[in-house]
Design a binder for this molecule. Structure first.
Ligand code: ZN
Ligand code: ZN
Length: 247
């Protein structure tokens, strides 16, 4: 598997980074993970055609993680036109959250004729789904977003990639990353404790109990970006927009 960081910013676009969006290329297909409000811009800059993505996984329904979906649908309707269905997986209720968002920003467009179908699938915490032979497991994490917020692990039978989504410290963050070959984990601050988000000092203290082989820190705010040279280089890397990591 190979991970490409399209955007690793937080809700404030700290450091000028694009909102949360990653591509995971596997021998089973290409997944997009999250699609924040600025992700359509970032995808175009990276030269990624929307129709080249086989499924989109959404960790939670905050604007910096799913606010870019309407623009992707519009792109598929008017620019990158193919009949290939759009598969969107996310927390329970993702379809109605998407419809509310779409209706709010582009009223009436969902009812217009489209050359493709949008297929939604709920990811229920505590359950694993199979998609084209990949196993996708969802874990509920501590982050209020109006629907359950998820951490995800994706396994191709050989390697495991995990993503924490956004979360405060909780069992879901630990369980999702357990044994991962690469754990993409949010790290909003260095030492300041914030409800609903992780700080590096508490996260690093849990590295051994999580047991991932490598950690890729993302969703970094200004405090964490200023402290990035203090992370443990033996096990930890800092994400950057455009970074590619082989898993
Ligand atoms: Zn976020
Ligand atoms: Zn969030």
């Amino acid at each position: 598997m190979e991970l490409t960081v399209i955007g690793c910013g937080d809700a404030f676009a700290s450091g000028g980074r694009f909102n949360s969006c990653y591509l995971l290329d596997t021998s089973h297909g290409r997944l997009m993970i999250d699609c924040g409000a600025t992700s359509p811009h970032a995808l175009k800059r990276a030269g990624v055609r929307i129709s080249a993505v086989d499924a989109i996984l959404i960790s939670h329904c905050h604007g910096d993680h799913f606010g870019g979906l309407p623009s992707l649908v519009l792109d598929r309707m008017f620019i990158d036109r193919t009949e290939k269905p759009m598969e969107i997986f996310g927390p329970p209720g993702i379809e109605s959250r998407f419809e509310s968002l779409m209706e709010s920003v582009y009223p009436g467009i969902l009812g217009a004729r489209k050359p493709f179908e949008i297929i939604f699938r709920d990811l229920h915490p505590g359950f694993t789904i199979e998609w084209r032979g990949l196993l996708v497991e969802a874990f509920e994490v501590d982050h209020f977003s109006g629907s359950p917020s998820l951490a995800l692990s994706i396994c191709d039978g050989d390697k495991q990639f995990s993503f924490s989504g956004d979360s405060g410290f909780c069992g879901g963050v630990i369980a999702a990353g357990r044994g991962a070959d690469l754990y993409l984990v949010e790290c909003s601050t260095y030492s300041t404790r914030v409800d609903m988000h992780l700080d590096y000092q508490r996260l690093a203290a849990k590295f051994s109990s999580i047991g991932a082989k490598r950690y890729l820190l993302t969703h970094m705010g200004d405090e964490m970006l200023a402290a990035v040279d203090r992370i443990d280089p033996r096990i930890c890397m800092a994400a950057a927009d455009g970074l590619k990591v082989t898993i």
